[in-house]
Design a protein around this ligand. Sequence first.
Ligand SMILES: [Zn+2]
Length: 362
Amino acid sequence: MFGGKKKNILDAKLKDSIKKTLEKKKDCYYEVATEHDSPAVQSHSIWKSGILKLIAKDNQVFWINPNDRFEIFGVKKELFSSVIIKNATIYRGFCDTHDNNLFKEIEKDEIYVESHIQNFLYSYRAFSYQHVQDTLSSEAYDLFEKEATKLFRIKQLNGKEIITIRKMVENTKEHSKRGKRIFDNTCKEFHNIFRLIEDKKDYTNELDIKFILKSYKINKKLECACSGISDPLLDTKGERIIGINTGFLFINLFPKDESSSYFILGLMKSDEKYYSDILNFLDQQYKNYELGTQNTFLLAMQNLVVNGSENIVLSPDLYYKMKKDDSLNNLINQFEGSIASDINKQKYYQDIRKDYGFSLFS
Ligand SMILES: [Zn+2]
């Protein structure tokens, strides 16, 4: 429907809407505190000196830039792009003080020891990243729709065209509709724990009641990292999981040093019933992994990461290796397929036991 000049104008409007949305001042995400020393600053959702540096080469990594993910005509940029680690995985999450203080226990010189509070902080950061991105995305599309309406008023678009644009925007936002309420509710639960911490009260009990936080050690250095959320469509038996009230899984995957990596999986306790099949499956497979017997632990973990998280970083070594043997395309196909509007395609790519022809871990 839109070709040539009109498409170019609309493309430019979309780009401009993204730019304006990104430039807008944002409040600190940490609403627990009433005072913030600055608007939200650019901070890393994946720890720069402890994690990104471990997988970088000449200070570069490959990541999925969320700003490249905006599209309205189905034309997407390449999924992974090269970036210097200073700019990789950044988002406007927290003010200066909170960016520095909240994550002390999983940064600076603190070693990851799989403690509850560390798993909680990793989960919170992964969640906040996705929440902030989700809000940005819906603001950018809203602004774009307003701009298109202006074009309609000055008769640069006709009635049919503006209706099509509105439908396109609606479709693009469809994915996040279910999300918004869950994001808001989950955000409150995270912040309730922080309130107890701020008030110097015992938070451990409440943390146990409200959250499930699991950590799995992997006995090698991974060449990738991830911090985000996942909402798998199917359990391991192919039964549909997602309902209107199902919350997200909080996913973190990162190398710790030259010989070990960790996978942290978090969720709200209230979602345990929806995810119990996946959790049991992972635990069983992990036992086999530890014993060194036949298992699909790494594969299932990889599928959870690729199906859900939009915040994935690859080392240049891994990126070029996968590009060379063409398995990078299989990764991209799964990433796009697992969120496709075609439900059959989605189901095909959402099987967490299936091998889609690539490995992030070899
Ligand atoms: Zn703040």
